[in-house]
Design a protein around this ligand. Sequence first.
Ligand code: HEM
Length: 504
Amino acid sequence: MLYESTPGLPFLTGFLVLVSLFIAWYRRVDPLLDAVPTVGFSDPILSYLSAFRYNLLNGALMLKEGYEKTKPGLFKIATFRRWIVVPSGTEMIEEVLKAPDSALSARGPLLDFLQIKYTLSFLNMDDMYHRSVVLSKVTRMAAIFDQIHDELVGAFDDFIPTTGQEWVKVSTMPAMQRIVCQTSSRVAVGAPLYRDHDYQTLVISFIENFMISVLIISCFPKFLKPMAARFFSRIPSHVRQTMEFIRFIVEERSAKMKEFGENWDDAPNDMLMWLMSEAKGVERSLEGWTRRLLILNFASINATSVMLTQTLYRLLAHPEYIEPLRQEVEAVVAEEGWTKAGMDKMHKIDSFVRETQRIDTPMFLGLNRLALRPFTFSNGVTIPAGTLIGLPDHSVHTDEEIYPNAQEFDGFRFLKLREKEGDDVLAARHQMATTSVELLSFEYGRNACPGRLLAANEVKALLAHILVTYDIKFEEGKGVPRELRFGSFRAPGNANILFRKRQK
Ligand code: HEM
């Protein structure tokens, strides 16, 4: 009877069996990875439940559990797309970071993560010259710092216009993004374009659209990705519009480069100029420079505004730091003015921002490495070619053996470590822009962020300016907003902050 009343049942059962077999085959674990313990289910089909838990419920907890249970060692975790192997403990992480690119590639996973082939297919991935441009030029911060300070004051006046005793309500994340955009654009394209609000709107809309495009395109199977990019990405239009904005500047500068060559003494000192001087071959074109500029805007503006927003939230959640930080800024500025040398002396500010970065690191699992060939760790475990490795940023940052009372925010944690060191060289290990295997927000080793010195100085200068210029508080009855989490990502929620001219 049952059979007669449900004629589709055998087909449905058959279909489910086929799907299960396909999943079991697709998510099968390479036997070599059997030696790596799993957090959650190892079974190919049940591992989807673990992936669900990881992506949507409590990925951070799962990573922490794997890290603590296996340290020093390795564990694996299931995501919807694939298995990820995670090293636990700093020694194992260092092995990953020190492995040659020919064994564990950083570039491949980064390009895959950004879906570069479909979002920015025009980038020549073999020539990442913008990285060395940033690294070599940004290191000479002193000359750039004047521009940054000059501009951040203007940006605050533009976006947070306070007068008298009135409190001005500011939607934090969008306002910080605007302020960082204007300040960074001064370093990126110079005057007069950086102040053009239409240009800034375009820069921010590119960043937002880029992130949305990456998310959407990642959800499609490979053969549908080009179509998804065509339908959902507005990036080609952003490229065209940005080209129109910078065309005039590029033409003028190209003419001067031709005329003066190496002897152009008062050449502008901004990223566009650095790119124009260093580009080779097809990259030496309006379109080539535009695309590099866009990718640099993406790399710098979003991460810097997130860091500034998190720092402000931490400050408001711990207002006892406001006075000591203010006093430091005032004392240093009285001695050194608003200079790079002054920034270097703001040890309390530096420590406060670094502590925020430690505890609010934007990724629970940082960017990845792809094993291009079988790779054997010092504990004898070999992972097969094709394995994806993720770095457990947040688990390291909350490792009690490295940071006692790791879950507590201690704004002067790094100041105290700095003061304990005997000399300046050792003390510098604890400053904001110094990378280490114990603090992975800027990554560490040869793939570390080339713009970290700029980011650190920008955030420190912005925070110092806020402290001495404004009184700030959350709206009545409100506090730090709940952060947004998905899998290994986290982002600060948005809250309004009230600003008024400082009263005392
Ligand atoms: C708080 C702000 C910032 C954070 C947290 C941050 C973090 C990172 C991280 C973790 C990476 C490594 C990605 C990888 O290759 O695995 C990276 C790469 C990069 N960052 Fe930053 N960054 C910040 C600001 C900046 C700024 C201001 C610039 C300046 C232009 C910049 C330029 C770059 C570039 C060009 C790369 C790519 C390097 C490559 O292709 O290998 N970043 N950043």
